[in-house]
Ligand binder design. Sequence first.
Ligand SMILES: Cc1cc2nc3c(=O)[nH]c(=O)nc-3n(C[C@H](O)[C@H](O)[C@H](O)COP(=O)(O)O)c2cc1C
Length: 259
Amino acid sequence: MKIFDNFYETSTRKSMKVIGYAGSNSAFSKSICMGEMLKTILKEQSIEMELYTARNNIVRECIGCGKCFEEGTCPQDQQDSMQCIREKILEVDLVILFSPVYLNNVSGAMKTFLDRIGSWVHTLTLSGKLGIVVTVTDQSGQEFVSYYLQKILLQMGCHVIGEYKVVALEEQNPEETVEKIASDILKVISNQEQYRSTDELETIFQHTKKRFVGPELEQYKGASYEIRHWYESGMAECESFQEVLNLRKSHCRSDTCGV
Ligand SMILES: Cc1cc2nc3c(=O)[nH]c(=O)nc-3n(C[C@H](O)[C@H](O)[C@H](O)COP(=O)(O)O)c2cc1C
């Protein structure tokens, strides 16, 4: 099965669906705790959020075989939780990354997770979805980590609507940050933000399109998953990323789509 293929499937929903991934294995993880708190608050507002964590899931390291780029499949999926997590991501409207800061960088667990969805930077698989980045640190390193995570989401076609930072030694209250995230999510539900392009997304679209679309490339559709994806998803015919989002929106049935 081509598990990277359902470009149009976020279609039948009554309200926003949210997924969080927390890249921590710690038994006392603040990132996971914040994810759980957010899930509870959103549930009170009838917003469904699923939280996946490195602690409770097996996410094996990328083995660099390149099959995700070439064939749209990952052999590691046979042995861990990633196929399920990836399919869940494809169903939602909003993706939230919770990352601890380790040595001024993302945690190893978060990096492993990102590597496993890495091919999405070539297929803009998160187009039509919103993203939020939450970083947790004792005192340092957050600027880079938050910037990096936002860049990765953007390169996957995701419209990033917020970054939130918790610094433990400044005795910042994670609960206040979580309440702020929840209130910001409630604001974006009604305004269709996920179908609005930005200058950054337009630049990424044009740059990526050049790599996978063109008369000299189309002949490789049979052999290359990425090229095939651009043509079969309709993205190859779009002149702008806004056109991609319009296409995405048109597949979201107006009678059932709540966002
Ligand atoms: C291996 C390791 C490296 C860390 N590196 C940093 C760091 O560079 N800067 C910092 O302020 N905190 C650092 N910390 C502290 C973590 O950012 C902090 O404990 C955070 O709460 C971890 O997230 P978690 O509670 O969700 O696991 C580090 C912790 C570990 C275990």
